[in-house]
Design a protein around this ligand. Sequence first.
Ligand code: PHE
Length: 338
Amino acid sequence: MEQLKNRLLDELSNASTVDEVEALRVSYLGKKGFITDLMKNLKDLSGEEKKTYGQKVNVLKTEADQKITQRIEELKKLRIEKMIEDTEQYDVTLPVGLDQGSYHPITLVQREVEEIFASMGFTVEDYDEVVDDYRCFEALNIPKHHPARDMQDTYYLDNGQLLKTHTSAAQNAIMKKYGAPLRAIFPGRCFRNESTDACHENTFFQMEGMMIDENISISNLIYFMKVMLSEVFKQDVNVRLRPGFFPFVEPGFELDISCTICGGKGCPSCKNSGWLELCPCGMIHPNVLKEGGIDTDKYTGFAFGLGLTRLVMMRYGVKDIRDLNSGSLKALSQFENE
Ligand code: PHE
């Protein structure tokens, strides 16, 4: 009995969890436990011996039970102390907000441009990233053989839909939703299967704009772009149009702005031309208006596809487009005070 007791005490002090102690309780005091087993010897003993032996086993039983309960309490206390100690590693008096999140520079510029257009009466529309061939191409007067439909350019999904390659994919739905007259901008993420480098990404943001009304002409387009870009760059910018081809506009243009770095004098950023290419645009093709249910005898309109990602790069002098999608906090947290 003495040996059994010492062994139990030994094992109890080695046990480091409540579960381990409970297991000891079973192996010593359970139905087939070591101490319980001692009672089996009773039948071999005579009257008086039986009595003293029985008493001794009972004392051992009670003692073992006490020791076990005591060890459990001890371990519970230790666990709480450890928890308190761990918690105290956090200094609750430290100032909070050291790792505060911040808006992505694309979100910052997007919101700014949205506000400028909203003040000119444009609504801001949200649109799907997954669209069908009709929305992305067909409704935009883009014929079947157009290179934009090429498998190398467009990400097609198994169900025949595709990831929109440009925000123009929303034009048709928005025309049908509101009819004319209409002023809307629709920012969105676009996807093209391109190999990436400092200037190209397979995922980028555009902001499409559309204005349809009676007597809308190229001068309206130039005016809106000039006002908006002067606001964005916080300086008076000049714009110029060069011819550009897109099946959904006629005439189509590439809009350049006077270089925001040198003011038009010529510098490495504008390759000494004084101009930066910024935004394709044009007068909406009558076929596109008709497809959107707009009366082309009464209404005309312009559309533009502002490269939002490009605008962000120019605005903040970001040299590598890949930084913007990298998710690198080191790169992105620089904009948090903007
Ligand atoms: N959707 C065209 C593109 O991404 C840009 C564009 C928009 C051109 C609107 C003209 C008018 O290439």
